[in-house]
Design a binder for this molecule. Structure first.
Ligand SMILES: [Zn+2]
Length: 114
């Protein structure tokens, strides 16, 4: 029987497989490349690589989705924050502090008394 000479995708070791084989186990690194045949060529493809790539991709997509969600929340918060900010006489906005709110409260109360 004629053996096909292939190269392990994982470690580059030579593989000799019977023409009917669809999988082979590398004797060198014990990975299990799938054997692909086209009309002109035969090559090996590591299934584990494909699975890893697919997992990597779906992870990236999840990250992207999470990121755009975060961006949306961030934008909402930025808009809300802008409306909560106190503007000083220089037109600079800043986060109201407890102190300044209390002072404003006292001032309003004092003016109310007067
Ligand atoms: Zn190998």
């Amino acid at each position: 029987m004629q053996l096909e000479r292939l190269v392990c995708n994982s470690c580059g070791a030579p593989l000799e497989v019977p023409p009917s084989a669809n999988f082979d186990t590398c004797g060198h690194c014990s990975s299990q490349p799938q054997i692909r045949r086209t009309e002109s060529t035969t090559y090996t493809e590591l299934l584990t690589d494909l699975v890893e790539k697919t997992e990597e991709l779906s992870e990236q997509i999840e990250n992207l989705a999470a990121n755009s969600e975060l961006t949306a929340i961030d934008n909402d918060w930025r808009i809300e924050r802008e409306s909560l900010l106190v503007r000083d006489r220089h037109g600079n906005s800043h986060v109201p502090t407890k102190g300044s709110s209390t002072a404003a409260g006292i001032m309003i109360t004092l003016f109310g008394c007067l």
